[in-house]
Design a protein around this ligand. Structure first.
Ligand code: CA
Length: 229
């Protein structure tokens, strides 16, 4: 079966050339030229769509807004296109839960390689539903619900993936590179410090309650561990 890509881009020239290249690589291509149209197209065809290529700067609703709305409920792979080459924006894009991003202007071969890589990454399937528990921290992968005692916790997709990986082996000390591979994929070429940034985000959500024990531990010079010891 051919994979279907939703291409969200407002520059007509780029839409035409990307569409042609993607079709040449045997992808089915759906297009949307603004943020609201992207949400409509996604909602109408979400059972079909295997991957979204999402421009950042879009009319009506920008790419980050689209990303956040889709990510609230769906784990569909998303690659962002951005003309901005600032670290802050890159981090914000990742926070919103994009799987990868490509900075404009880009080489079509590079985008195609990223698409292949992202589509190859394993995603969570129905068969892998689980409830993880450590002290009073609970993660229910079916309901995608995280709680700490009586507090419900909202995580972004990336924070969720990071916590899930650590939850699979409580007490294990993960090196930064291990977490990078597990959560960002071995093709990730950005700054590995992104792991520290996300550990900090997770701590601020999970270990912030004064009545609760700290569960995310830094093992100096080695990495991080999720443990109640
Ligand atoms: Ca644009």
């Amino acid at each position: 079966m051919n994979k279907t890509v939703l291409l969200v881009e407002d520059e007509p020239g780029l839409v035409a050339s990307l569409k042609k290249e993607l079709q040449f690589e045997n992808y089915q291509v759906l297009t949307a030229t603004d943020g609201l149209a992207a949400l409509t197209a996604f909602n109408k065809n979400r059972h079909l769509i295997d991957l979204i290529i999402l421009d950042w700067m879009l009319p009506k609703l920008d790419g980050l807004g689209v990303l956040r709305r889709i990510r609230r409920d769906y784990d569909v792979p998303i690659i962002m296109l951005t003309a901005r080459d600032y670290t802050g924006d890159k981090v914000a894009g990742l926070t919103g839960g994009a799987d990868d991003y490509v900075t404009k202007p880009f080489d079509i071969e590079e985008l195609l390689a990223r698409i292949t890589a992202v589509l190859r990454r394993p995603r969570q399937t129905l068969a892998s539903y689980q409830i993880y528990q450590l002290d009073d921290l609970t993660l229910d992968t079916q309901k995608r619900r995280i709680s700490r005692g009586k507090h419900n916790i909202q995580l972004t997709q990336r924070e969720y993936n990071l916590l899930t990986e650590m939850f699979k082996v409580p007490g294990k000390v993960f090196t930064r590179n291990e977490l990078l591979d597990l959560v960002w994929g071995s093709e990730f070429e950005g700054d590995p410090n992104i792991v520290d940034v996300y550990i900090r985000y997770l701590r601020n959500k999970i270990d912030k309650f004064p009545e609760c024990k700290k569960l995310i531990h830094t093992i100096r010079g080695v990495g991080y561990s999720l443990t109640d010891d």
